[in-house]
Ligand binder design. Structure first.
Ligand SMILES: [Zn+2]
Length: 263
């Protein structure tokens, strides 16, 4: 690891160049999950990175980022509720920018560009990443998924694949919405677990030549089509629907809870 103090700062033009070299399509739909810590330093900070992403997709492209709340107990307001700290600073800055649309529910994504309305328009999706959700709409629109400085453990599109493949686990969860100005708790079951084994998608995509990898800023970046991510995962999940769960006795409380949830 190089000393962070010695890290060279990347400017917008160089970043946009790296993104295009990686395979980001002009005019396409791009869903971005980011660790800014891995990418930096960037001229202009997180906003500089967002500008580079916009430059890479161009004026006819649509940029999408997760924007859900990390607070299950507070009602979600799209104009004020911060994005979950887990999503990082880039995601929390993006939804606040002029012209960026945000879903009106706790599992929101934010989007800017020609397809932004279609991606953010669905009502509360339960489970959160079903086909009628922002991540599902990115899939409908043949979008690309960019993982910047993070792995498939954070790749929400794999939760969509689980649902499409019929993964049977649903752990009890709740969220809170505002109805006539009052908080209303909604209980639901979600196909969730620790997500560590989502990392298997690296190997599946690499084997088939469906994942592009390279540097963006200082971060290792992965780029794949939503369709390809979903397809390779469904192929594996059909053979073993519990493939993403740690085995019983492995000491993973979250995966054990997912196993227990199977009726
Ligand atoms: Zn686990």
């Amino acid at each position: 690891m190089s000393d962070p103090i010695e890290r060279r700062e990347f400017g917008r033009a160089k970043l946009a160049d790296q993104l295009r070299t990686l395979g980001v399509e002009r005019g396409g739909v791009l869903l971005v999950h980011t660790s800014f810590r891995a990418v930096r330093p960037i001229a202009g900070g997180p906003l500089g990175l967002i500008e580079a992403l916009r430059e890479a997709v161009g004026p006819d492209g649509t940029l999408v980022m997760p924007s859900w709340t990390g607070d299950d107990n507070a009602p979600f307001y799209p104009a004020t509720t911060p994005a979950s700290p887990d999503l990082g600073i880039v995601a929390d800055i993006f939804w606040r920018l002029p012209g960026v649309l945000r879903s009106n529910h706790p599992f929101a994504c934010a989007a800017s560009g020609p397809q932004a309305e279609q991606i953010t328009a669905d009502p509360l999706p339960l489970p959160p990443h079903r086909p009628e959700s922002p991540v599902g709409r990115v899939h409908d629109l043949d979008g690309q998924v960019l993982l910047l400085g993070i792995g498939h453990e954070e790749n929400t599109t794999l939760h969509l694949a689980e649902l499409l493949a019929g993964a049977p686990y649903r752990v009890p969860k709740h969220c809170t919405i505002a109805e006539d100005g009052r908080p209303v708790r909604i209980d639901y079951g979600e196909n969730d677990h620790c997500c560590a084994r989502f990392a298997l998608a690296d190997e599946w995509l690499r084997q088939r030549g469906l994942q592009s990898e390279g540097l963006v800023g200082h971060a290792h970046a992965r780029l794949a089509r939503s369709h390809d991510i979903v397809r390779v995962a469904i192929d594996r999940l059909r053979a073993d629907p519990l493939l993403f769960l740690h085995r019983e006795g492995a000491g993973c409380a979250e995966c054990d809870a997912a196993r227990r949830s199977i009726a």
